[in-house]
Design a protein around this ligand. Structure first.
Ligand code: FES
Length: 116
């Protein structure tokens, strides 16, 4: 079963399935929803990262933006965030994005619903 956490030693109950690892290539973005948050997941040089899916500036969906290297650019006013730690690299946004734990396990991408 590809979506199963099985007996994973690294995935606790806070993790949810995002997609198959092959669906998320470098510079791709995926969005997933928890009960309270929207999260965007991206891949940079083979590693997966996850931050808030809604821009801290004016509520744009960051999955509609672009990921180039570690820079996640908002589609609305083009603020740039570092997807590794949520920090603002370029305004107009002033507040950083929350960061979530993203991992790959058994050919799938998983994200924790709990903020880091
Ligand atoms: S909504 Fe993202 S920069 Fe304004």
């Amino acid at each position: 079963m590809p979506h199963s956490k099985g007996e994973s030693p690294i995935l606790d109950d806070s993790y949810m399935y995002v997609c198959s690892s092959t669906e998320l290539e470098d510079d791709d973005l995926m969005e997933c929803e928890t009960e309270s948050d929207t999260i965007v997941i991206g891949r940079v040089e083979g590693k997966v990262y996850a931050v808030d899916g809604i821009c801290s500036h004016a509520h744009a969906e960051l999955v509609d933006g672009e990921l180039e290297g570690t820079c996640l650019t908002c589609p609305l006013h083009f603020a740039c965030f570092d997807i590794r730690d949520g920090s603002v690299l370029e305004g107009p946004a002033e507040n950083p994005l929350n960061v979530y734990e993203a991992v790959e396990y058994d050919g799938s991408v998983w994200v924790s619903c709990e903020r880091r």
